[in-house]
Design a protein around this ligand. Structure first.
Ligand SMILES: Nc1ncnc2c1ncn2[C@@H]1O[C@H](COP(=O)(O)OP(=O)(O)O)[C@@H](O)[C@H]1O
Ligand SMILES: [Mg+2]
Length: 322
């Protein structure tokens, strides 16, 4: 079953079209990624889907409830983690959760238990009486996710969950998201990190300038990348002078030197290429030191699909130039 169905969703601000007629489905229990550079319309899309912004045109169903007829019903079953935290610096971690539980209409006698359970699950129990304002960025993000789960929603929206976190905090948050996925939660997350989308998402919609240009599994997207096999070879010594002889042994393949002793071989029949490399190495007594087949990355696919350089993804919000 589909948890979310998006059909021809459009958002215009004055004359500017931020979201330009996007359509996709999110299946129950999957982690669905909206992947795109800054300014591509990810936050605008999320805001419409959670009822914070009204679509200019088009519509969506969230857990069977139509967006246009108001999503009061659906709101009880969704959790939202905005791109900046909605919690209170002056309140403790525990107080923040109790407050959010009240706001979401969790019955009074259940709030305490629910808050405790989440604090433990998110590794914040030791710090439950500390003010939110004193937390590290990673802990803040974790508590903001916990707060979005107080009412035990079926669908969780995460807008750029790891932006601004250091490597360790980002990794721990990704593990946390994977745990929620394993527990059966449907998750829609936005990101401009290719690797994050690759690791976390069952399926990914690539968003460019408000349009969905591809929707597929990470594996499926990678098929758009250069489908020729790529083999990286390192020899024990310099081979640049022997390139003519090497190429002659690898029909249909393209050899590119990375340095004097290292190269990539693209295309050709993989088994013939391997045979050619082994014989070449033996005949010239080169000492083959490493041979690896390289799988296409989501980055390769992204470049093929969008025609954009992957550096557009590195541009952080508000960054000058890039
Ligand atoms: N309230 C608004 N008024 C005018 N333009 C907006 C508004 N919100 C977003 N935009 C514009 O819409 C585009 C998409 O923004 P956004 O959805 O925040 O992108 P993303 O989350 O992918 O970085 C951007 O060009 C942004 O400047
Ligand atoms: Mg955004």
């Amino acid at each position: 079953m589909n948890a979310i169905e998006v059909r021809g969703l459009i958002k215009r601000f004055d004359g500017f079209t931020a979201v330009d007629g996007i359509s996709f489905d999110v299946k129950e229990g999957e982690v669905f990624g909206l992947l795109g550079p800054n300014g591509s319309g990810k936050t605008t899309t999320i805001r419409m889907l959670v009822g914070l912004s009204r679509p200019t045109e088009g519509g969506a169903k969230i857990l069977g409830f139509d967006l246009s007829s108001g999503i009061t019903e659906a709101k009880r079953k969704i959790g939202v983690v905005p791109d900046s935290s909605n919690l209170y610096d002056e309140l403790s971690a525990r107080e923040n959760l109790l407050f959010m539980a009240k706001l979401y209409g969790v019955p009074k006698d259940l709030r305490e238990e629910r808050a405790e359970e989440l604090l433990k699950a998110f590794g914040l129990y030791q710090r439950r009486y500390d003010r939110f304002g004193t937390f590290s960025r990673g802990m803040k993000r974790a508590l903001t996710i916990a707060a979005a789960l107080v009412h035990d929603p079926k669908v969780l929206f995460l807008d750029e969950p790891t932006v601004g976190l250091d490597v360790v905090a980002a990794r721990s948050l990704r593990n946390l998201i994977s745990d929620l996925h394993r527990k059966g939660l449907t998750i829609i997350l936005t990101t401009h990190y290719l690797e994050e989308a690759d690791h976390l998402c069952d399926r990914i919609a690539i968003l460019v300038k408000g349009e969905v240009v591809a929707v597929d599994t990470p594996q499926g997207l990678k098929r758009y990348a250069d489908e020729r096999s790529v083999i990286e070879v390192s020899f024990g010594r310099e081979v640049a002078g022997l390139v003519g002889d090497l190429s002659a042994r690898l029909p249909g393949a393209e050899v590119v030197f990375l340095d004097e002793a290292r190269m990539t071989v693209r295309g050709g029949d993989p088994s013939r290429v391997l045979e050619g490399i082994f014989e070449f190495s033996k005949d010239h007594d080169l000492g083959l030191s490493a041979i690896n087949s390289i799988r296409p990355s989501l980055e390769d696919a992204f470049v093929r699909i969008t025609g954009l350089s992957p550096t557009v993804m590195a541009r952080e919000k508000g960054g000058k130039g890039g």
